[in-house]
Design a protein around this ligand. Structure first.
Ligand code: 13P
Length: 253
């Protein structure tokens, strides 16, 4: 059975004090369930990762980074390697978040290289996929999601694939207050699992966790989690308030 997984993506928010305070509050609010009944991760800005990792070190709450570069070291000014993320205590890393794809301009191929490099570096990638509003309106949701998946997972065999979490984040639902309905989320999650079954076989596809992200709040978390193929939530804005994120974590139990 797939254990629920709740991840809070802090994006470019918090500071050295509030990042640690938020991490501590998430630990305090989730100790009775984190690890055993639900996996929990806080995905902090690079510069606070080490302090956040220290703040959660005696708990089951894991730490993730928001991005990674695919090279191991060298002349790549401003980039961060998988080994650096491991070194400061990361377990997870987001690859291909829609803000990286659409604000920063990351290509599908670059995202795929990052996923592979993350796994080689001993990290667990969370591959983000999802369509723009105009793509949904044009009936292209499945095409876009399939392209993101096939390019994001390019070259991964089944063993490496088992390290991956997929996150479906429809871009039109991110930070807009406009959540996908549970049915819309389920439709795409089911499509993703079906595609993973085609590529990797049903047994592995049944093990892979598929998270939903996009305006998740305490009051919609439960009905999203009630969908058969929604295995967890990737939470932006609401993960910046410990009380809200803890409520969301508990919606997965
Ligand atoms: P919001 O929850 O703020 O819509 O952000 C979703 C997201 O992008 C998580 O990665």
């Amino acid at each position: 059975m797939r254990k629920p997984f709740m991840a809070g993506n802090w994006k470019m928010n918090t500071d050295s004090h509030s990042s640690v305070a938020l991490a501590r509050a998430v630990v305090a609010g989730s100790t009775d369930v984190a690890g055993d009944r639900v996996d929990v991760a806080v995905i902090a800005p690079f510069v606070y990762l080490r302090a956040v990792a220290q703040a959660v070190s005696s708990s089951a709450v894991a730490v993730g980074a928001q991005d990674v570069y695919f090279e191991q070291k060298g002349a790549f000014t401003g980039e961060i390697s998988p080994a650096m993320l491991k070194d400061v205590g990361c377990t997870y890393v987001l690859c291909g978040h829609s803000e990286r794809r659409h604000v920063i301009g990351e290509s599908d191929d670059l995202v795929g290289k990052k996923v592979t490099a993350a796994i080689h570096g001993g990290l667990l990638p969370i591959l983000c996929v999802g369509e723009l509003l105009e793509e949904r309106d044009a009936g292209k949701t499945e095409n876009v999601v399939e392209r993101h998946l096939r390019t994001g997972l390019a070259g991964l065999d089944g063993e490496k694939m088992s390290a991956v979490t997929v996150a479906y984040e429809p871009v039109w639902a991110i930070g807009t207050g406009r959540t996908a309905t549970p049915q819309q989320a389920q439709e795409v999650h089911q499509f993703i699992r079906g595609l993973l079954a085609k590529i990797y076989g049903k047994d592995l596809a049944d093990e892979i966790r598929i998270l939903y992200g996009g305006s998740v709040k305490p009051d919609n978390a439960k009905e999203l989690m009630a969908q058969a193929d929604v295995d967890g939530l990737l939470v932006g804005g609401a993960s910046l308030k410990a009380d809200d994120f803890v409520k969301i974590i508990r919606a997965g139990v």
